[in-house]
Design a protein around this ligand. Structure first.
Ligand code: HEM
Length: 145
């Protein structure tokens, strides 16, 4: 009898996915779009913006597709383009601590706006911080690492 009750519940992964918690496709899209809107308008991210080829429509869409899978939802990016190879994909760009911080500045503001749940907000902030740090490929003296 109990096993029947358990089977009727959603699978744990589905219950727990951040994609689901944040509010699904529209909310993930909103996070991606707000991130690039902030980058495009906030003077504190001017150097980061200058590094991005314009217009950013394609990048916005691919960032949304990446986030969808990364948050535990549909693997839209992987289905279209294969493994993201995120660090390798960013190697053509000079990413130092300064660029990391400008990227995180935009993402923290986007999270403040789009993710009201305190626990999820805190978790996503930690995950983005970790990943952004991993993207650094240039040290403070401008040398490649
Ligand atoms: C840490 C500082 C970062 C900098 C300076 C940076 C910079 C850039 C730039 C310049 C592009 C455009 C690439 C192109 O047009 O070819 C880009 C694209 C992208 N970035 Fe970042 N990025 C950073 C961190 C991150 C992080 C933490 C993530 C994931 C959470 C991420 C995910 C992406 C994705 C998915 C794309 C689109 C890739 C594509 O166009 O195929 N980036 N980034």
């Amino acid at each position: 009898m109990f096993s029947r009750l358990f089977r009727q519940r959603p699978a744990p992964a589905e219950q727990a996915s951040q994609y689901h918690q944040i509010g699904g496709e529209e909310s993930v899209r909103a996070l991606a779009h707000r991130f690039y809107d902030i980058m495009a308008t906030d003077p504190a991210a001017a150097e980061l913006l200058a590094m991005h080829p314009q217009p950013m429509d394609g990048i916005r869409q691919r960032f949304f597709e990446f986030l969808s899978g990364w948050l535990g939802g549909p693997q839209l990016f992987v289905e279209k383009y294969g493994h993201p190879r995120l660090r390798a994909r960013h190697l053509p760009f000079t990413i130092d601590i300064r660029m990391r911080d400008q990227w995180l500045h935009c993402m923290y503001l986007a999270l403040d706006e789009q993710v009201p749940d305190p626990l999820l907000h805190q978790q996503l902030k930690a995950q983005f911080t970790h990943l952004a740090h991993h993207m650094i490929n240039t040290d403070e003296r401008g040398e490649r690492m």
